[in-house]
Design a protein around this ligand. Structure first.
Ligand code: AMP
Length: 736
């Protein structure tokens, strides 16, 4: 047992004592013991242990090769055994392995690590077991340096707006942006953005000044982003769909002097001190400014954008990214994927997620066309398919869960313009990869990265022919280092899980106004040659595959992705605990019957209070974005605890398909239409009964499910039913 920290000597003594103690039982055969401990065990697997160490006088298995697949009569169903034979001066060893579980080279690596370990033990010393090395110097150097040999020099300029201007000079008359019938050439966009930049500078915007953007997807939004950068400022997206409290927090946290919006959204703004400019109704004022590019004084390390992401302590955190980081990411992307003037890139990711950053800038910095999807369309696979066809989109992004929804529609023979689909944001499964290649005739790329490192830091191109069980996240992009480290910040061997750390030019400057959190996650790089260089500690678990590609393995904390959206469960817990009737709470993300992740809130409430689901939902709607609101609430008398007092998450009950809180509302469908709607809801929500007065969002529905349900209802009922109708009429009775 090596779970408790100890030295090799201590472990050695413990093993000796245990072996000596066990010797009095040598009369007992292994078969007898196995039958006693685990009667009925499978004959081909070992009932008690899977690895074995044998120190023997007799000949080695198979006559003494160092590595032998088991099956030559020696391993009693063990996965891996090590035999050592004492031959006086020298000892010889043999690893015997189950060839269905291990490839030869894996066992060779284990063998090499074992030698390295033995050498370190033989040198003595009293370092704890888990600090003993498993990697030889050359293996360590390979992992730390060879696999990170990504240095590349990219041309000037480095600031996004300067890169754009360089492109404007090359293709002023080409179409830059198309959005719902409105089209702007590169020159027109540049002129509009320049005018806005002058107006912003007059309002005090310059380097390091943040400017809020509270807008819907539109041509004005693109003008806003480019205009802010041209003025020297950094943009901060604030989604009008977010609750006012969250927007108020962002406004306060960023201290934006100016806020850009559209007239129809102005009434939704919380109170704030910023100057507001409506880019639609107040454009006339802006239009009087010069169309020449302003001088901004901004440089590569100045802030380009701040994107907020969920924070475990109950409030979101703003990640500060520089021009240098994001321009590297875009130069790399252009080098890797070679966008041309013929390409049309779809912008559909909500701008509060960082994938949108490459969607906004990559096409326009390299001469392609940016097609801006109308608001809301990113949730509607069918409308998306039509838009791809109508606009001849060549490149677009999907988070895997949205790609899955998209591929559920019948796209056979459609969307032929697509050449590249870029996936990122959550794990891409091999099933989804295979389905993609069955349906679409395009390239599929899997990119990985957090908001804290300028969008993506590793890349992998899936191959139509390769149907292997792992879809890696690949290798680091240019000027980026990936280190997979143990808790002592030492690299782990190939095949061993560790925490993924990111180094290089794309690492963000940190979290806005959160120096402590920044110090915790952006740590000094122990392998860097220059002082002051940081590694970002991602909290992601990963391992190297034998060919040097990286496999993503999950998280080491309570951050989850639900439909590609990043959520700290702790943030939801903190907000729920703010409800006056909640005594304790824990939030989990569980897979439902169809494999979709659902957020579930478990609450212990004040005695006598019932029906908390509806109360909590309306409480949270004011504070959290829709995607963070639990689909289910389960009231418990007490949270299940482990011996150490921590919540026993494994003992939390899964939501049942016949839901008690729905039961209180249960009224059976009263006519054919209600019955038809109820059937669709039940199938999609995975519940057995939904009463006609149950609110869609309170019985497990989320915004993406809404799209599926709306489509299905429209089809089945042959009605012109749109997603927004379900927001207006959230119960079966109302829809009917
Ligand atoms: P975000 O900051 O919203 O981009 O989320 C970053 C997190 O999403 C990462 O830390 C990972 O946990 C996850 N992630 C991003 N890309 C991938 C990918 N290709 N495969 C698996 N997980 C991913």
């Amino acid at each position: 047992d090596v779970t408790e920290p100890c030295t090799f000597d201590a472990l050695h003594r413990r093993v000796c004592d245990a072996s000596r103690g066990a010797r009095i039982h040598t009369g007992m055969s292994l078969a007898q013991l196995a039958d006693l401990l685990d009667p009925g065990h499978a004959p081909d697997s070992h009932p008690i242990f899977q690895t074995m160490f044998v120190f023997q006088d007799g000949p080695l298995p198979g006559g003494g090769p160092f590595l032998a697949p088991s099956g030559d009569g020696n391993g009693p169903g063990c996965d891996l055994s090590l035999f050592i034979r004492d031959e006086g001066e020298r000892w010889h060893g043999a690893f015997v392995y189950n060839a269905e579980l291990f490839a030869g080279p894996t066992v060779e690596r284990i063998c090499g690590s074992f030698e390295t370990l033995l050498e370190a033990i033989a040198k003595g010393g009293d370092s704890p077991l888990d600090r003993l090395p498993l990697l030889s110097r050359s293996e360590r150097d390979k992992l730390l340096f060879e696999l990170n040999d990504t240095a590349r020099s990219y041309p000037e300029p480095v600031c996004l707006h300067d890169m754009f201007d360089a492109q404007v000079a090359k293709t002023p008359d080409a179409v830059a942006v198309a959005c719902e019938g409105e089209v702007l050439s590169y020159r027109e966009l540049a002129h509009r953005a320049n005018r806005l930049a002058h107006a912003l500078q007059k309002l005090g915007v310059g380097p390091e000044k943040r400017v809020g953007v509270f807008m819907e997807r539109s041509v004005e939004m693109i003008v806003a982003l480019y205009g802010i950068l041209k003025a020297g400022g950094a943009y901060v997206p604030m989604d009008p769909d977010y609750p006012a409290e969250r927007v108020a927090f962002m406004l306060e946290d960023t201290e934006v002097p100016v806020l850009l919006t559209q007239a129809h959204l102005q009434a939704m703004l919380p109170s704030h001190a910023a100057s507001v400019l409506c880019l639609d109704t107040q454009w006339e004022t802006v239009a009087r400014e010069s169309a020449e590019a302003p001088v901004s004084g901004v440089s590569a390390d100045n802030l380009a954008y701040v994107i907020y992401t969920s924070g475990s302590t109950g409030r979101p955190k703003g990640v500060m990214n520089s021009h240098r980081g994001i321009s590297n990411r875009l130069y790399w992307m252009q080098e890797a994927y070679d966008l041309t003037a013929e390409d049309r890139v779809l912008q559909k990711t909500p701008y509060s997620f960082d994938v949108s950053v490459w969607e906004f800038f990559w096409p326009l910095l390299f001469g392609a066309r940016l097609v801006v999807a109308p608001p809301g369309i990113h949730k509607d696979p069918d409308a998306l398919g039509r838009l791809i066809e109508a606009q001849s989109i060549t490149v677009l992004h999907f988070v895997p869960s949205m790609l899955q929804l998209f591929l559920r529609e019948d796209h056979e023979g459609r969307c032929r313009s697509l050449t590249k689909v870029i996936c990122s944001g959550e794990a891409l499964s091999c099933e989804l990869r295979d389905r993609f290649f069955d349906v679409l005739d395009a390239e599929l790329h899997n990119l990985y990265g957090p908001t804290e490192a300028a969008v993506d830091v590793t890349f992998w191109q899936c191959s139509r022919k390769d149907r292997s069980l792992i879809v890696p996240i690949g290798r680091p992009v240019a000027n980026t280092r990936i280190h997979i480290l143990d808790r002592y910040m030492e690299p782990v061997p190939v095949g061993v899980a560790g925490e993924l750390h990111i180094g290089g030019v794309q690492v963000a400057r940190g979290y806005l106004n959160r120096p402590e959190l920044t110090r915790e996650r952006f740590i000094p790089d122990p392998f860097g040659e220059e002082p002051g260089v940081c590694l970002y500690k991602t909290g992601d678990l990963a391992r190297y595959l034998p060919d040097g590609q990286i496999e993503y393995l999950g998280r080491n904390d309570f951050q989850v992705k639900v439909r590609g959206l990043r959520i700290e469960l702790g943030e939801i817990e903190a907000v729920i605990c703010g409800h006056p009737d909640v005594l304790e709470c824990v939030v989990a993300a569980l897979n439902d019957a169809s494999g979709n992740k659902k957020v579930v809130g478990y609450v212990v409430v004040t005695d006598g209070v019932t029906g908390m689901a509806a109360a909590l939902r309306s409480f949270l709607v004011e504070k959290l974005p829709e995607f963070m609101i639990p689909s289910y609430f389960i009231q418990l008398p007490a949270l299940p605890l482990m011996g150490n007092g921590k919540v026993d998450r494994k003992a939390l009950p899964a939501p049942t398909t016949d839901r008690p809180e729905v039961g209180t509302l249960y009224a059976a469908p009263g006519n054919e239409v209600e019955r038809a709607i109820a059937e669709i809801w039940q199938v999609h929500l995975g519940v057995e009964h939904v009463g006609v007065d149950g609110n869609f969002f309170e019985v497990g529905g989320g915004s993406l499910l809404l799209v599926e349900v709306a489509n299905k209802l429209a089809c089945t009922l042959k009605a012109d039913l749109k997603v927004h109708h379900l927001f207006e009429y959230p119960t079966i009775r109302a829809v009917a």
